[in-house]
Design a protein around this ligand. Structure first.
Ligand code: HPA
Length: 243
């Protein structure tokens, strides 16, 4: 079974059929919503909307531990996290799809580990490569089979939000080596690793990050526009090919 975490603008999956919902309880509290089980291209999929089905949870209030725990209970073969990001690197323009390969975490105050409260011996997970290498390759191959341009690699910078960044913050992130910026990549990826899940992110660029692109003005999201909607359709095709 393939697990999919839907992000901003991807709160539902168009191609998910025969769906049923199930509320899962976890020792860490409530996930963002019920899990949706269904079928894509004949394969079993479990889906959760990261921000809740009505998109009501801001990034810093998402119960990442409960979400990842609930998915892990389903014993998925892989977890694909869909995430919208702001583009910093010149080729990451709105509408582009990218599979990041690295993370820098600027978030704070989030429950970021299962190794707390003395129930389990502390384990320092290896996080040299934060995303599953084999799964990244599978995603790239699936995109290639569908003739979809999918950019291989980039550093995902996770900011705290919910506000967007200042131009100076984006310049700093760029100097640090960040290529794209989002608010939900962490601690999600680390928690998935703690539970031994094969996890990778499929990022869709929804906007130029602050001060990037050709306008030096405000950040604008156009989630209803052609670039973003076209990218979402491509994501569905990639997932169908993968499942
Ligand atoms: N900044 C932070 N998170 C984001 C952005 C951004 O510009 N776009 C989408 N998620």
């Amino acid at each position: 079974m393939l697990a999919i975490i839907g992000g901003t603008g991807a709160g539902q999956l168009a191609d998910l059929q025969n769906t049923r919902r199930e509320v899962i309880r976890t020792p860490y509290g409530e996930p963002s919503g019920a899990l949706t089980f269904g079928v894509i291209a004949g394969h079993d999929v479990v889906f959760i909307a990261r921000h809740g089905y009505g998109h009501t949870l801001p990034p810093h209030q998402i119960n990442y531990r409960a979400n990842i725990w609930a998915l892990a209970q389903q014993k998925p073969d892989a977890v694909i996290a869909i995430a919208s990001v702001g583009g910093i690197r010149a080729d990451l323009q709105p509408g582009a799809l990218v599979i990041p390969d690295q993370i820098i975490d600027y978030s704070h105050g989030r429950h970021q580990t299962y190794f707390e409260s003395g129930h389990r011996p502390v384990t320092h997970i290896d996080f040299t490569e934060p995303y599953d290498r084999a799964l990244r390759q599978q995603l790239l191959a699936a995109a290639q089979a569908e003739n979809i341009a999918l950019i291989d690699g980039g550093t995902y910078a996770c900011t705290q939000g919910p506000r967007l960044e200042t131009t100076a913050e984006i310049r700093r992130i760029e100097r640090d080596g960040g290529d794209m910026v989002g608010m939900t990549g962490m601690p999600e990826a680390a928690l998935a690793r703690e539970l031994g899940l094969h996890y990778a992110t499929l990022a869709v660029v929804s906007n130029w990050a602050a001060g990037k692109g050709d306008s030096n003005h405000n950040v604008t999201f156009d989630l209803a526009g052609d670039a973003f909607q076209g990218a979402l359709r491509q994501i569905t095709r990639i997932l169908s090919q993968l499942a």
